[in-house]
Write a protein that binds this ligand. Structure first.
Ligand code: DX5
Ligand code: ZN
Length: 218
């Protein structure tokens, strides 16, 4: 299984985002958390900033939208040239159509589920998605504790992907660090978001450490 590491710039210095992107050039993608203070109780950045990040980033953008009205908003982020756009199924009225709109704007289409959200509706339409994001914390903030109770859902998603024969990536986000990454990967995750665990130290060293730990069990 190919492992991808996607540091979250939510834990970076927001006054120096271009410099902070340069510190994670050995990552596979950069995870960009967009929050609207409505779907989640926190506010980060929006379309103009994501557009500039896309222009200066050394690695592809993995945009994670935690915003209401995903059907309208998600395709606009795909237009920035971001490699991947993830919207929450809880915020979408027609997730399959929204994923198709993301793809038609040139990005990989991904859907996210909160820790308590049933994944069955996603697995019923796996061909609509290029990646599924399983939140391992409640979305809204970095630095929270990993929720191991999500692991059975992750394992079920891995089994469904294997049975489908599709190359759908499975991403985990929240509390991923050296002490949790092996559990996530052994339950089927191949794409790992880490915010505080990467920017809490030397980013290149932290990325290498996470990649080594993940690769041991992949
Ligand atoms: C939380 C965000 C995460 C966050 C993860 O809502 O979606 O991407 O940055 O931060 P850590 O890795 O610190 O849990
Ligand atoms: Zn995120």
């Amino acid at each position: 299984m190919t492992i991808r590491i996607a540091p979250s710039i939510l834990s970076a210095d927001f006054a120096n985002l271009e410099r902070e992107l340069g510190r994670i050039a050995t990552a596979d993608m950069v995870h960009v958390d967009v929050m609207d203070n409505h779907f989640v109780p926190n506010l980060t950045i929006g379309l103009p900033v994501v557009t500039r990040l896309q222009q200066v980033s050394p690695v592809p953008l993995d945009v994670h939208l935690m915003v209401s009205d995903a059907d309208t908003n998600a395709p606009k982020y795909a237009e920035t040239g971001a490699a991947s756009v993830t919207f929450h199924i809880e915020a979408a009225t027609d997730p399959v159509a929204t994923a198709a709109a993301i793809r038609s704007n040139g990005a990989r289409a991904a859907v996210a589920v909160k820790p308590g959200t049933d994944i069955a509706p996603v697995l019923d339409h796996l061909d609509a998605y290029d990646m599924v994001l399983l939140m391992t914390v409640e979305p809204g903030f970095g630095g929270q504790a990993f929720m191991p109770q999500v692991m059975p859902k992750l394992a079920a998603a891995r089994a469904a992907v294997a049975a489908s024969g599709l190359d759908v990536w499975l991403e985990v986000d929240g509390g991923i660090a050296l002490d949790t990454v092996e559990e996530a990967v052994s339950n089927g995750a191949d794409t790992l978001v880490a915010g505080s665990a990467v920017y809490g130290g030397d980013p290149a060293e932290r990325i290498a450490g996470l990649r080594a730990a993940a690769s041991r069990v992949a």
